[in-house]
Structures are given as structure tokens and as C-alpha cells.
Write a protein that binds this ligand. Structure first.
Ligand SMILES: Cc1cc2nc3c(=O)[nH]c(=O)nc-3n(C[C@H](O)[C@H](O)[C@H](O)COP(=O)(O)OP(=O)(O)OC[C@H]3O[C@@H](n4cnc5c(N)ncnc54)[C@H](O)[C@@H]3O)c2cc1C
Length: 391
């Protein structure tokens, strides 16, 4: 048996028989064929920043850290190919030099690009879909060790399944992303009471390309953030009075030094305010010991079969607890509220849903299962956790 593996927060562990760090796509294909012959399940791990056992493996665990280049930047077409293991933080500068930028990013940028895409990772912005909406094409090593390139032209159904698919259709080796011309962002940070925040939230969401807030239970304050494109140069008054300007990829990410566990649900956009107020009341009454903030973001609808924003504009609400403290009871109480609003859980964050629950929440659930079976009839890319939900 090999070494132990655990995710970032430490709430998921596994013991893969083999951990491999292939140099290139053909080695990935050979490793997948070997694993098939040995009857081993195959999982890929990005950086292990998911809080669910989506990357855990008892068989072969692949790390694609060496398949990480940014190539074929085409500023006119607005596209670039990125190696699946590239960390998001390493993509911004080469894209900028080629005149392009990612359309949106999440709170951190340390994830592997195909790890982030695999769970439908998103940022905030009423008109902006999750990162997977920007996939133009995807190269996969499939269950039989062959190479497939999926695009909207050659297999639109499979691409809608693959956009958010937790690595169940195959090992992604590279992704072609639809980008924007390189841009700078102006960041504005300020604090507001909950009442003031909700008195103006519709205007803030509509009036800023990116708006979000973190509500801190103590002292019951919202830390607000608005980002908008800016024509000026990076600002030498960096951070003064809560404002700064920089290249987009330098403004999006924050540093998360303290480890936590997290639950996040996407609820229909109209339900966002009520859902937040119920979570806040729950924390103030039943869970006053939880000091970690609640994050409130917006997410545009898309049509990926397993996107949490499938055909509905959404608000995403996340609750956190310190990684060293118990979180299950608190999260379960929050989950009851989220579910009451027909929320769909982030695929990389803690939840307690079953296959039956997902079938009820996702209109194209059966279509996804059919594509998964088409790509991987023997379930080589399933671990126990995924088998429990997707088989
Ligand atoms: C501190 C922190 C901040 C976060 N902020 C955000 C945020 O702002 N927005 C948000 O939406 N989420 C956020 N998340 C969640 C995080 O973005 C997702 O869980 C993401 O999937 C993690 O990326 P990863 O590279 O660690 O992937 P992993 O967790 O390692 O893997 C995720 C899934 O992708 C699969 N996978 C990875 N690489 C490949 C590949 N090459 N081919 C096929 N499948 C592959 C894995 O098998 C697994 O199923 C955050 C998490 C943490 C810990």
C-alpha cells in the first residue's frame, strides 16, 4: 500500500495503492490502461481543496502537476489551451502577456484549473457563470485509455455533461478556455450593517460586475466587496481607503491562511435574501459559538447538466467552521434551510444529499448518468463515494 492522502482541510483521507505524477498525456493514458488491467479505480487530484471525497482514491491517484503549460493563446479568438494541472495562479500572467484574462475567478487561485472546473467552482457576478461555462474544448483520457477531445461542435451533449463532472468522464489533460481581453479591476471594500446591505443589495448586484459580502456574526457586520473593470494603470495607492486597481488576476484571489470546513448551496436568486436571514437567525440563536463568516455571492444560470446554477440565476451562500472544530451539527441545521429553498450543494463542499435528492434537484440527472455510463461503463473513475451517488 502507498502513502496516506488527505485533502486541504483534513476532513477527507484515503490510502491510494499508487500515486503517480505523469509527464504527459500519453503517460496518463498508459497509467489508465495499467490501472484498468489491475482492476484499480482511478481518481485525479488537483490540489485537494474540495471538502467532499471527490478526489479520494484507494487505487490509482493521479497528480497532473507536470501537465501545466499555457499554450496556443489566440487573442483574436479569445482562447487559450491550459494543461489540466496548471494552478490558476500560474495562468494569469501568461494569459495577460498574450492579451487575455479569465472572465472570472473564485476567492482563491491555488486550485488546479481542472480541479476547479470539475466541481463547478465559481466567483461572483450576476452576469457571470461558473468557471466551467468558459470551457471551449476539453481533452480527456477515457476509461479505455484513448484520447477524446470534446467540444460543442463534436459532442455537445457530452460537453454539457463534462463541464461539471468530478472527473467521472475521464482524466482531463488540457482545457481550451474562452477568455476575455486582458483587463484591470478596481476593488472597493467597505463595511455595512445587515440592514443597510439589504436595503441596497439589488442595486449593488445590478450595478457592479462583481459584488459579494461576508457577514461576520461578531460584530454583526457585512464586509462588502465590489469589483469593476477599470481603464487606468495599476494604482500606486494600493489598498488605501479600501480601494485598489490591478490586473484582474491579482485582484480576484485572497489568501486563506486559517483552515476551515465549508458548506455552500446555490439557491434561486430571488430566495437569496430570505435564505441568508434564516441562516443568520440560526447562527444567532442555535449556533452562537460559530464565529466564521457567511459568504453571499451571485452566479448566472447555465446549462451544464450538473451545474448548481442549471437554468436558474442563483445566489450562493457559504457557511464555514474552523477545521479544528466540530461542524456537522451546525452544517446539518444550515442544510435544512438551504434545502427548504431548493438549494443545490457545491460539488466540492460538505453536504449530506443522496442520489435520490440529486435526481429531484437536477432536471437532466438521468441524462448525466447516461453520458457517464457511455464514457465509463465499468465505473473505473468512481470511488466509493461517487459510486454511492452516480451508479
Ligand atoms: C480555501 C478555499 C477556498 C475556496 N474558494 C472557492 C470559491 O471561491 N468558489 C468556489 O466555487 N469554490 C471554492 N472552493 C472550492 C474549490 O474551488 C473546489 O473544491 C475545487 O474543485 C478545488 O480544486 P482542486 O484543484 O483542489 O481540485 P480537487 O479538490 O483536488 O478535485 C476536485 C474534483 O476534480 C477532479 N479533477 C481534478 N483534476 C482533474 C483532471 N485533470 N481530470 C479530471 N478530473 C479532475 C477530482 O477528481 C475531483 O473530483 C474553495 C475551497 C477552499 C479550500
Amino acid at each position: 500500500m502507498g502513502e496516506n492522502w488527505s485533502n486541504w482541510s483534513g476532513n477527507v483521507e484515503s490510502r491510494p495503492q499508487v500515486i503517480a505524477v505523469p509527464d504527459d498525456e500519453s503517460t496518463v493514458a498508459a497509467l489508465v490502461r495499467e490501472a484498468a488491467a489491475a482492476g484499480r479505480e482511478v481518481r485525479v487530484v488537483g490540489t485537494g481543496h474540495s471538502f467532499t471525497p471527490v478526489a479520494a482514491s484507494d487505487g490509482l491517484l493521479l497528480k497532473l502537476d507536470k501537465i501545466a503549460s499555457v499554450t496556443d493563446i489566440d487573442a483574436d479568438a479569445g482562447t487559450a489551451w491550459v494543461g489540466a494541472g496548471a494552478k490558476i495562479t500560474a495562468i494569469g500572467e501568461p494569459l495577460r502577456q498574450g492579451g487575455l484574462a479569465l472572465a472570472n475567478q473564485g476567492d482563491i487561485d491555488v486550485q488546479a484549473i481542472c480541479g476547479a472546473l470539475g466541481t463547478g467552482t465559481h466567483g461572483t457576478g450576476r452576469t457571470l457563470g461558473n468557471l466551467s461555462t468558459r470551457i471551449a474544448a476539453l481533452r480527456l483520457v477515457t476509461a479505455d485509455g484513448e484520447i477524446a477531445e470534446l467540444s460543442a461542435e463534436n459532442d455537445p451533449e457530452a460537453l454539457r455533461a463534462a463541464r461539471v463532472s468530478l472527473g467521472m468522464l475521464g482524466v482531463a489533460t488540457a482545457v481550451q478556455l474562452n477568455c476575455l481581453p486582458a483587463y484591470r479591476l478596481h476593488e472597493k471594500l467597505w463595511a455595512a450593517t445587515v440592514d443597510d446591505c439589504f436595503a441596497e443589495i439589488d442595486g449593488l448586484i445590478a450595478g457592479n460586475r462583481h459584488f459579494e459580502f461576508f457577514w461576520r456574526p461578531e460584530p454583526d457586520i457585512c464586509d462588502m466587496k465590489a469589483l469593476n473593470p477599470h481603464d487606468g494603470p495599476p494604482d500606486p495607492m494600493d489598498g488605501v481607503d479600501g480601494e485598489r486597481v490591478d490586473h484582474s488576476y491579482r485582484i480576484f484571489p485572497s489568501i486563506r491562511e486559517n483552515k476551515f470546513n465549508e458548506m455552500e448551496y446555490s439557491v434561486p436568486a430571488d430566495a437569496g435574501p430570505d435564505c441568508f436571514h434564516e441562516i443568520r437567525a440560526l447562527m444567532q440563536t442555535r449556533h452562537p459559538q460559530v464565529k466564521w463568516p457567511v459568504e453571499y455571492r451571485t452566479l448566472a444560470a447555465d446549462d451544464a447538466m450538473l451545474s448548481t446554477a442549471y437554468k436558474r440565476h442563483s445566489v450562493t451562500i457559504s457557511v464555514h467552521q474552523d477545521a479544528s472544530l466540530p461542524y456537522r451539527d451546525f452544517f446539518a441545521d444550515c442544510e435544512a434551510i438551504f434545502r427548504n429553498h431548493r438549494g443545490r450543494p457545491h460539488w466540492g463542499k460538505v453536504h449530506n444529499l443522496t442520489a435520490e435528492d440529486f435526481a429531484d434537484l437536477y432536471p437532466e440527472w438521468d441524462a448525466f448518468l447516461a453520458v457517464r455510463r457511455r464514457f465509463d461503463p465499468k465505473g473505473r473513475f468512481l470511488n466509493d463515494y461517487l459510486r454511492g451517488i452516480f451508479e
